[in-house]
Design a protein around this ligand. Structure first.
Ligand code: AMP
Length: 452
């Protein structure tokens, strides 16, 4: 499409039609549909004057970052959500690598209310840059195109239970620096809903969380299984308080059958989707509706032939080909996930490499180890996940070799200066000597035995 993006055309039309209905909400903040588009094009005009490269939006929660993202899309500049809570060194490294211009809340708001106007940028181009954990020891940049995003939205809008609920109220758990948020934010904007981004305070306090879920009238909840498990611990997570909840879009990690069973028991009328996909292929590429009868064993995460892309198994690995795959991969993305197909349904069988999900976050142990090796006194580091009986990751253990290792609390402090909280180990083990394999690599099998 020459106008650029179906998403933006729809946002413009909703803004003209939906008046005072909130488009974006977070905490006490509200932004109406009526106000959204004029503000977005005004900020876009300012951004277009300032350059053409990426824009680092310095915020990952609240109502202003999404308004800034839309302005970047209108201006034709890639945006990059920059988490203020990441260590300064990580933020600086990302800014240096991308050459991005920083956009603060004050600057965004000044542009939003400047009453300027701007045509929607044409062309393909990059929509956003996200940074995920990288196996090479540094954060991995993923550049998703405008076409990728439109394609994802068209596909996800065809999923059972999604469009109706997305036009009401969508609650998103993830910060905008994670690609799970692409589902809640943009499905809501695409379908003219109200997008509710949970605040840090709401995520930290179940009473505040359930108040928000109840008061917002959440119809579609987008969350990781880890988050759903936390919600299910609370009796308040039930239709009595969440009377409008009808679709749960679970994505980002393996959905255990007991979690799904409990959710469907609590919300018998709800549609539960187990969606699968990596950031590199735009949020999710397939999904399977889960019924209570399925909850006796591993759950499917996709229906072959109904995904956003072509999905094949090559030597057991899930390989994705098609319009959702970020441009850097030339149309084919090898996921590193092992899959299995049974009766046309796709199941997850683990990873080919060391990548894990911990509390819903992607963790590359090699990135954590590389960051730890920059600490003075650490000569060699290896990081392993600790798992419970059900295979869930319960923590990260760092094994360190070095003559002058700092003390445990100091190690934790130095790690936090280098890594976001979710990548920091919570257990430290000192080794006289790192066990090595015959070819001199760290012997992870030996280390795994030492975890027990
Ligand atoms: P991320 O890009 O951080 O969302 O991580 C993508 C990875 O999360 C995938 O490659 C899988 O390993 C895992 N993942 C995502 N969704 C699912 C799912 N429904 N079931 C099992 N694993 C999943």
């Amino acid at each position: 499409m020459s106008g650029g993006m179906e998403l933006l055309e729809r946002v413009r039309a909703h803004s003209a039609a939906l008046g005072e209905k909130p488009a974006l909400a977070a905490g006490a903040e509200r932004l109406s549909w009526r106000a959204l588009w004029p503000g977005v094009v005004s900020l876009a005009a300012v951004l277009r004057e300032q350059g053409s490269g990426p824009v680092a939006v310095e915020g990952v929660r609240g109502t202003w970052p999404p308004a800034a993202f839309l302005a970047c899309l209108v201006a034709g500049r890639p945006y990059l959500p920059l988490d203020p809570e990441w260590p300064a060194a990580r933020r600086e490294e990302i800014l240096r690598r991308t050459g991005a211009q920083k956009l603060s809340r004050a600057e965004a708001e000044a542009g939003f209310y400047a009453r300027r106007t701007c045509e929607i940028a044409g062309g393909a181009g990059i929509a956003y840059l996200l940074f995920t954990s990288g196996s090479t020891g540094a954060p991995k940049e993923v550049a998703v195109s405008r076409a990728n995003l439109d394609h994802f939205l068209r596909w996800a809008g065809g999923l059972e239970g999604v469009p109706e609920a997305a036009g009401e109220t969508v609650v998103g758990q993830a910060a905008y620096s994670f690609d799970l948020s692409v589902a809640d934010l943009y499905l809501s904007l695409f379908w003219g809903g109200t997008h509710v981004n949970l605040t840090g305070a709401e995520l930290a306090d179940p009473a505040a969380l359930f108040d928000r879920l109840e008061r917002s009238g959440a119809a579609l909840l987008v969350a990781t299984p880890s988050f759903l498990r936390l919600c299910l611990r609370e009796g308040r997570f039930a239709p009595g308080r969440l009377s409008r909840l009808r679709t749960v879009f679970s994505c980002g990690e393996d959905l255990p059958a007991p979690t799904a069973a409990r959710l469907l028991e609590r919300f018998p009328g709800a549609t539960l989707l187990n969606a699968y996909g990596p950031t590199e292929a735009t949020c999710a590429v397939c999904a399977a509706p889960i019924t209570r009868e399925m909850c006796t064993g591993p759950l499917p995460m996709g229906v072959l032939g109904a995904g956003a892309v072509e999905i094949t198994l090559e030597d057991g690995e899930i390989v994705l080909r098609g319009e959702s795959v970020a441009p850097a991969y030339g149309g084919t993305y090898r996921t590193g996930d092992l899959g299995r197909v049974e009766k046309g349904l796709l199941y997850w069988r683990g990873r080919l490499d060391d990548q894990v999900k911990y509390r819903g976050y992607r963790v590359e142990p090699a990135e954590v180890a590389a960051a730890l090796e920059t600490i003075r006194g650490v000569e060699r580091a290896a990081v392993l996940p600790r798992r419970d009986g059900a295979g869930q990751v319960r923590g990260l253990t760092a094994f360190l070799e070095g003559r002058d290792l700092p003390a445990g609390p100091e190690l934790a402090r130095l790690a936090r200066l280098r890594l976001p909280g979710y990548l920091c180990p919570d257990q430290w083990r000192r080794l006289e000597r790192m066990p090595l394999t015959a070819n001199g690599k760290c012997d992870r099998t030996r280390l795994k035995e030492m975890l027990r």
